[in-house]
Design a binder for this molecule. Sequence first.
Ligand code: FEO
Length: 163
Amino acid sequence: MDKKLEKALQEQIKNELYSAYLYLSMASYADTSNLPGFGHWFKVQAKEEHAHAMKFYVYLIDRGVRVLLQAIPEPDAEFASCLDLFEGALTHEKKVTAMIEKLCLLADEAKDYATLAFLQWFITEQIEEEKNANAILEDLKKLKAGPSAGLMMLDRELAKREG
Ligand code: FEO
């Protein structure tokens, strides 16, 4: 495998684990703010990010690459509100989308068509990731001026997510 591409794929394992760490940090804020539904949603999200990291891990191993794990940076821990959490989540997902696009560019430059095919799943997944965060963010914006009963209803809704 092209060395530049290999390095970037190794780094993406760390980036996905950082995503898991960030969402777990957000879950902790929600769980200690008496909003267990939000906490549940972010814990499921953290689990998904771990699964994303594992997809990169398995792919590299399948290609005969020794995976070398990198240090995961400390995630933010200060959040002002649930609105703040989802603004942060959407901003973060946009960054991840840009990372995946960069990986595609590197794979294309290296004419590594197997990696391009592998990355296609992530291209599609990122549409979903941004859409989900944005939908909840928009609901929260609508609720901002409304009564707290609305927030409680949304919390119950988020608690239903499977995972
Ligand atoms: Fe692994 Fe939320 O993207």
